[in-house]
Ligand binder design. Sequence first.
Ligand SMILES: Cc1ncc(COP(=O)(O)O)c(C=O)c1O
Length: 363
Amino acid sequence: MTPRAYNFSAGPAALPLEVLEQAAREMTNWRGSGMSVMEMSHRGPEFISIAAQAEADLRELLSVPSDYAVLFLQGGGLGENAIVPLNLMGEKARADYLITGSWSAKSVEEARRFGEVNVVAEASKPYCGMPAPEHWRTNSQAAYFHLCTNETIDGVEIHELPFEAVPSGVPIVADVSSHILSRPLDINRYGCIYGGAQKNIGPAGLTLAIVRRDLLGRAHAMCPSVFNYQLLDQSGSMYNTPPTYGIYIAGLVFQWLKRQGGLAAIEAMNVAKAQALYDVLDRGGLFYNRVDPAYRSRMNVTFFLRDEGLNQAFLDGAKAQGMVQLKGHRSVGGMRASIYNAVPLQAVQTLVSYMNEFERTHG
Ligand SMILES: Cc1ncc(COP(=O)(O)O)c(C=O)c1O
């Protein structure tokens, strides 16, 4: 059998092998039900129990209090760029947006279709950090303050959000697509967090949103019912057919995370994996990273070769050793190693050894 690749894809991304193996064992007959999860009615007792367990495990992992709704829906991260304003702008019809990278810039473009968008600050390009909070031009009348806490394309992560810079009473909405569940997060500081599943949660097609319940009920009349957070909450995410198989796999990932020791334990692993790569990049050899060290992502490590003429040789050599999807996003160039929770330490160590070897042979 071909060995599994060391997969550094930004998403859809590596899933824990244990999860895939369990899903394979349960593929045609889920726990004696005589059915694949894919074949089950979403209203039947089997799937209801799968969804309930997934939600309970997620609530436990992230310590989500009962005044927050956990919603499993569709539409992806980009869908949320419309779903959020449709649900949360309300009568104020205006919101604050911080731009720290490609995805938050895209969020602004979409939100402008639904109301007045105030860009509180925009990081300069190439994106490599967060504009200083003293330069933010916030609006205390904003319906919410939106940001992306991990910019997947640029490799920029906001490790500590300056909550005091957001006017009190303005709920914070965060696109956490590419680092949710990589570390503990105090959900009480947020009005809403959302993300596509295809990085740290499960397969593409499932979107997760966690919304403080007092923000529900202000959806725009034009908001499609299937994207109305309140209707989704009232129906236990079953207003229409939810992405059932995605929810099942996400549930297996949540249980895997609990077996790893929860989010504090996984964070320690993630710190170690990222540090191993940044150590190579900081050595001043053939590679470099251009993100402000305070904002370097633990999930998406972007880097460049000083001699771009060596890019293809680097990728080819990596592929020959089983390492795939290291090419940077087309808008940024260079390389990107996405090292989500399910990317094993061994994959990172293999990449580090390869980079060392590449420097020896091409230096
Ligand atoms: C931070 C972030 N936001 C939004 C998106 C868009 O997500 P989707 O493709 O699920 O719409 C991505 C995709 O990579 C992302 O990384």
